[in-house]
Structures are given as structure tokens and as C-alpha cells.
Design a protein around this ligand. Structure first.
Ligand SMILES: [Zn+2]
Length: 366
């Protein structure tokens, strides 16, 4: 029930659960095309890194993204972001990374800035030129990493849209050494650091993506499906936020989930959760799906899950000053749920339980 009192909207939530607006700290929502056709390969059991090596995966999205106009990229991302808002998300991190050339990466970041300016939700931009090695550099990841370091990072810093620089540190993508060089250059140019770490395998023989995140003082290390206890200990000792992406594990279909219980129980890590919304390995806008998967597969409690998509998620993108809790001085972001307690919220599966979403004091979904 809503009524207008002295020019302000008063909402009676009728005793329903109210939470802070949700924060999705890891997405790739600006891209062209889709990868529905890859589902057949996945059903046949072709591994993701094989699809990538065959010119599919990220590289097919790179072709479709380069072919799309600015308006097309904006319109497709807008649909996804408004869907997120309907599911309760009011703050979103978006990575570039489907351009893989200086001009195309800068163009995607411009689209991200435009989305932030024109949509009611709050957006944090991340430069991820090191998302894959583009076809032009096939077989020469070193030369491409050099381009990221010498050409892209300085241009991205001058453009001023991106707050973070992220790297896909993974066997068959970028090595720990290449990732280190890229993240050090990012730091020199004033960008905070993030890493896609240990998603499929621990990256090196002795070194891991998590270890590198700790070493370079990254704000977050994301995925962490294959991270050892040593890697988790280093994350904790260096204040790196773990961001877990259970919808990606679900889509990869290998039953391998990050060890959230160990992270929380043994290392007291502030576990954050995200959709990883992307066309290949997690085509979903719903943090509510992520909540259900975190319940079933990460064995997190309803309270831990709520923290993971609010306060811990805000911390993972350095937005703790204006998002993640309901407090004076923060943006007025909140969700009224079709639920009366947290247990109900993380138990239901595949339906939208948000009944009203408010961003910066304005009702954006009802
Ligand atoms: Zn990702």
C-alpha cells in the first residue's frame, strides 16, 4: 500500500521483509549477440577451455560485440540491467572485455558510463582488456599482455571511467606472470585491482590467482573454485574480498563449487556473491537464483547469503560508503519482499520474490 504524504511517498510493507538493495559485484552485461548455440557442445561434454581454444566462447562474443553499434550495446545491456532491478539489484559492477582492442574497450567503457548516467541503478565500471587473447594475437598472449600494459591501461586511465582493472588469470588464458604485469601497470595508473582467479584450475605450478591477488593488494579475487587453503589464508591476511559465482559453477555443470564454508569458518573471509552475468557461463540477471544456489551448493546460511549480496558485495567493489546496508548517509536503496523472513528468501527457487525495489529513494520496480 502506498500513499502520498506532504509530497513524499509512504509505503506500508505490511510486515514483509525489507532488505538493503542488492549489490551484484561481478557482471559482464555489455556485449553483442548470445551463445545459445554453445549449449549443444556443453551437453556433449566439450570442456569450456576447448570451446575457447576453438574460437568459440568469449571470442565469438567479441566478434558480435565489435559488430554491434553503441546503441545496440546500450539497448541490450539496458534490458539486462532493468531485469536485474526487477529482481532487487540496485548496484552493479560491469566489466568491459568483449572488445579486446584499445578502441573497442574504450567504447564499451563509454557504454557503461552511459548506462550509469541514464539508468536508476548505480554502476561501477571495470576494465577487463585481459579477458581473453583476441584472434589477432592468437598464440602470442605475451604480445597481447604487452598491448594491455603499454597501450590500453594508460588510455583507460586517461578516459577516467573504469575504477578497477580485472584479469582472467587461468591456465590457457593469462599466466600468473602476465597477470602480475597487467595488475602492476593498473596500479601505477591509479586503477584498483580484481582477479578472475582459480576458476578452473590453480593457475601455475606453485602460484595461484588467489596468491597473486593477495600479493598485489587486489580489492577482490573472484571465482576461487580451485583455490588451496594456502591461497585462502593469503586472501584473509591481505584483506582481499572473495567473490563467489555459484551460477557459473551450475552452468559449467562440473559440480565444482567454491569452498564457502572453509572460507567463512576457517578464514573468516567476507564472502560476497555475484551473478557473473555473461553470455557463456552464466546467462542470468537473478541474484535470487544465486541465493538459492548458495543455499544448496555453497551451504551458506540465509544470513551469510544476505551479507554476500549486500554488505560484503559492496565491500568487494569499494562501494561500502553508499550501498550494502540501510543506514543514514547511504543511498536509499531497498527491497520489499514477498517473504516474511530470510529463510523463505533463500529457499524459493526460480521465481521473483521482490515486490518493490527502491533505488536512491525512487521506486524503480513495483
Ligand atoms: Zn567473470
Amino acid at each position: 500500500v502506498t500513499e502520498t504524504v506532504a509530497g513524499l511517498t509512504r509505503v506500508d510493507a505490511g510486515g514483509a521483509l525489507v532488505t538493503p538493495g542488492l549489490v551484484d559485484p561481478h557482471t559482464h552485461v555489455v556485449y553483442g549477440g548470445n551463445r545459445a548455440a554453445e549449449m549443444k557442445l556443453k551437453q556433449q561434454g566439450v570442456p569450456y577451455l576447448d570451446i575457447l581454444a576453438g574460437g568459440g566462447g568469449i571470442l565469438s562474443t567479441v566478434r558480435a560485440t565489435r559488430a554491434a553499434s553503441d546503441e545496440e550495446l546500450f539497448a541490450a545491456a539496458e534490458v539486462r540491467l532493468l531485469e536485474m532491478a526487477r529482481y532487487g539489484t540496485t548496484t552493479v559492477e560491469i566489466k568491459s572485455g568483449y572488445g579486446l582492442s584499445t578502441a573497442e574497450e574504450l567504447r564499451i567503457l563509454r557504454v557503461i558510463a552511459e548506462l550509469d548516467a541514464r539508468l536508476p541503478i548505480s554502476i561501477v565500471g571495470t576494465f577487463m582488456g585481459a579477458h581473453a587473447v583476441p584472434a589477432e594475437f592468437r598464440g602470442d598472449a605475451d604480445a597481447y599482455a604487452e598491448t594491455v600494459v603499454c597501450e590500453m591501461i594508460p588510455a583507460v586511465a586517461r578516459q577516467g571511467i573504469a575504477r578497477f582493472c580485472d584479469v582472467f588469470c587461468e591456465r590457457g588464458v593469462f599466466t600468473v606472470e602476465q597477470s602480475r604485469r597487467i595488475l602492476e601497470a593498473a596500479s601505477d595508473h591509479g586503477l584498483a585491482r580484481k582477479i578472475h582467479a582459480d576458476e578452473i584450475a590453480v593457475s601455475g605450478d606453485e602460484e595461484s590467482g588467489a596468491g597473486l591477488a593477495a600479493e598485489v593488494g587486489a580489492t577482490s579475487a573472484d571465482h576461487l573454485r580451485a583455490t588451496s587453503d594456502q591461497g585462502l589464508k593469503e586472501l584473509a591476511a591481505n584483506g582481499v574480498s572473495p567473490v563467489l559465482l555459484p551460477a557459473t559453477s551450475f552452468c559449467l555443470g562440473d559440480q565444482r563449487y567454491a569452498r564457502a564454508r572453509v572460507m567463512i569458518d576457517e578464514y573468516d573471509l567476507p564472502v560476497a556473491l555475484a551473478t557473473d552475468d555473461n553470455p557463456g557461463t552464466s546467462p542470468t540477471e537473478s541474484l535470487q537464483l544465486v541465493m538459492a544456489l548458495a543455499t544448496l551448493n555453497l551451504k551458506m546460511s540465509p544470513e551469510e547469503i544476505l551479507a554476500g549480496i549486500t554488505v560484503n558485495a559492496a565491500r568487494a567493489i569499494s562501494r561500502e560508503r553508499d550501498a550494502g546496508t540501510l543506514e543514514l548517509g547511504k543511498r536509499g536503496d531497498l527491497v520489499i519482499w514477498r517473504a516474511y523472513d530470510l529463510d523463505m528468501l533463500s529457499y524459493r527457487l526460480g521465481v521473483n520474490q521482490a515486490s518493490m525495489v527502491v533505488a536512491a529513494g525512487v521506486i524503480i520496480a513495483n
